[in-house]
Design a protein around this ligand. Structure first.
Ligand code: FAD
Length: 186
């Protein structure tokens, strides 16, 4: 991906994390390509604000809550446990909804076919067998709507709600899928 581009106000090549800040083609910091800390830093800079250090707080709190020993011989990597069904689910929904949010507004036939294939393969290899079986069935019953970003985002939201319902959770209002997974709330 491209690194830094020149935009109005200030743009930075690296954020507080030390990583290169990635910008979208429209010159805005890319939400799904940067850490939250760097994204907030770059967004604040674009709006002419001083970098907001509160962006670090949730990450710091999360890190403090999961303190564990490092892997032997490593100064950096902690002995993190393998993902359980919830962590796997949250991570996977993040991938699926974000992929829908970044799907082309007007996909080519090839891109539509790729997305259909991806979802089909994903439903076969999802590493929670019983979840995968239900997701496969959902796809058989309600084929993924891949004709546009909006249709795919709605379809994904409905698919996620099907699991929410199965688990007895509150349904998510799909009018807000784009704010949750693309634009943000501000
Ligand atoms: P999640 O349900 O993971 O949601 C994460 C975030 O997504 C929420 O905080 C909310 O902001 C947003 N969100 C919630 N609903 C929607 C929606 N409809 N549209 C858009 N955004 C939304 N777990 C099981 O126990 N049994 C299963 O059969 C099962 N099947 C799964 C199938 C798939 C394909 C996937 C990806 C996951 C599955 N899971 C299953 C995991 C389960 O869906 C949750 O991810 C997990 O229980 C953690 O739930 P959570 O409450 O933390 O939030």
């Amino acid at each position: 991906p491209e690194t830094s581009v020149s935009v109005s106000q200030k743009s930075y090549s690296a954020g507080p994390s030390g990583r290169t800040i990635v910008y979208d083609e429209d010159g805005k910091p890319c939400r799904s390509c940067n850490t939250l800390l760097d994204f907030k830093f770059a967004t604040n800079a674009l709006h002419g604000k001083v970098a907001d250090s509160t962006g670090a707080v949730p990450e710091a709190a999360a890190a403090a809550a999961t303190v564990s020993a490092n892997i032997p011989g490593s100064k950096h990597y902690r002995q993190v446990e393998p993902a359980d069904v919830e962590e796997l689910g949250r991570s996977s929904w993040t991938l699926l909804h974000t992929a829908a949010a970044k799907y082309p507004r007007q996909p080519s036939d090839a891109q539509k076919q790729e997305m259909r294939q991806f979802l089909s393969i994903f439903s076969h290899i999802y590493p929670c067998n019983w979840c995968a079986k239900d997701f496969e069935q959902y796809i058989r019953d309600r084929a993924p709507r891949v004709d546009s970003r909006d249709e795919l985002g709605q379809w994904m939201c409905e698919a996620h709600n099907d699991v929410n319902q199965k688990l007895g959770k509150e349904l998510f209002d799909c009018n807000f899928w784009k704010k949750r997974w693309l634009d943000g709330w501000e």
